[in-house]
Design a binder for this molecule. Structure first.
Ligand SMILES: [Zn+2]
Length: 90
């Protein structure tokens, strides 16, 4: 794989952290790459990877884009990880 493992809390932008926290809670992982990192989806085939910028021009839009791309990963209906997606409130 690529660079070191990153945590959602490592990102300096609040809006981005929020979406990263939601995704990592659902099993996504982040690795250092490019301008900051890259998200890897939790399914076996790793069907989706999403580049994450450290300093996007617009934090909210970048966070939305990440969330939209993340929705492409088709976790199976019965996956316990699926129930976490978008529903975690901490
Ligand atoms: Zn996937």
């Amino acid at each position: 794989m690529v660079g070191a493992s990153l945590r959602a809390s490592d990102h300096s932008k609040k809006e981005i952290r929020k979406v990263l926290e939601k995704l990592t809670a659902a099993g996504w992982t982040i690795h250092a790459d490019g301008h900051w990192g890259k998200l890897y989806c939790p399914c076996d085939s790793q069907c989706t990877t999403i580049p994450v910028s450290s300093t996007p021009q617009n934090d909210v839009n970048h966070a939305r884009r990440i969330a939209r791309l993340a929705a492409r990963c088709p976790l199976p209906e019965d996956s316990p990880q699926r129930s976490l997606t978008g529903k975690r409130r901490d």
